[in-house]
Design a protein around this ligand. Structure first.
Ligand code: SF4
Length: 192
């Protein structure tokens, strides 16, 4: 296992899959490296690729709004993706691209040792929770593995496209807040 600096350095110059040829920036991850709550998306989009940061476009703004509902923010969560380079035209990352990249995420999780992992969307849920995960039926359900509580919610991009999913996601966010309280994780409201 590499430490944070070595891991980031290796990731930033990675060419282990074809996504390296079309990226502008590697999007390693963002947030405090002692956060107890981790969000995992599928991969960078256009804005993220241009800026080198996860969730900075409209979906990122929406994610920030979602976090603020339950007193979370980028100051108390770590946010990363399954693949660190943008799939062209925002297609789903291929299995082989995920396979090539997943060791970086595993190393991030091992360093962070979060108490809660929240998958954002179908791709992350299938990779992290269960290959047969059905996001429409199973979002908001919890599973505990080796002391880490895990769940999945709709991806912010899906919530921007389909507002009918938002009430269910609001319930999922409340469930996350409840889990944070149950586990005694201290989170300061943004701005304090
Ligand atoms: S997506 Fe991951 S494995 Fe592929 S080039 Fe980027 S950092 Fe390397």
């Amino acid at each position: 296992m590499l430490d944070w600096e070595a891991l980031e350095q290796r990731c930033m110059s990675c060419n282990q899959c074809g996504l390296c040829s079309t990226r502008h920036h590697v999007v390693f991850g963002v947030g405090p490296r002692n956060a107890q709550i981790m969000f995992i998306g599928e991969g960078p989009g256009e804005q993220e690729d241009l800026k080198g940061e996860p969730f900075v476009g409209p979906a990122g703004q929406f994610l920030d709004d979602m976090l603020s509902i339950i007193d979370l923010s980028r100051h108390n969560c770590y946010i990363a993706n399954i693949v660190k380079c943008r799939p062209p035209r925002n297609r789903d990352p291929k299995e082989e691209e995920q396979d090539a990249c997943i060791a970086y995420l595993r190393n991030q999780v091992a360093l962070l040792r979060p108490k809660i992992i929240i998958c954002l969307g179908r791709i992350a849920a299938k990779r992290i929770l269960d290959p047969n995960f059905r996001i429409t039926r199973e979002h908001g359900t919890w599973v505990e593995r080796k002391g880490v509580w895990m769940t999945a919610i709709y991806h912010p991009s899906a919530l921007l496209r389909d507002i009918s999913k938002r009430p269910e996601t609001f319930d999922d966010l409340l469930s996350i807040r409840q889990k944070i309280r149950e586990l005694g994780i201290a989170v300061m409201p943004p701005g304090l």
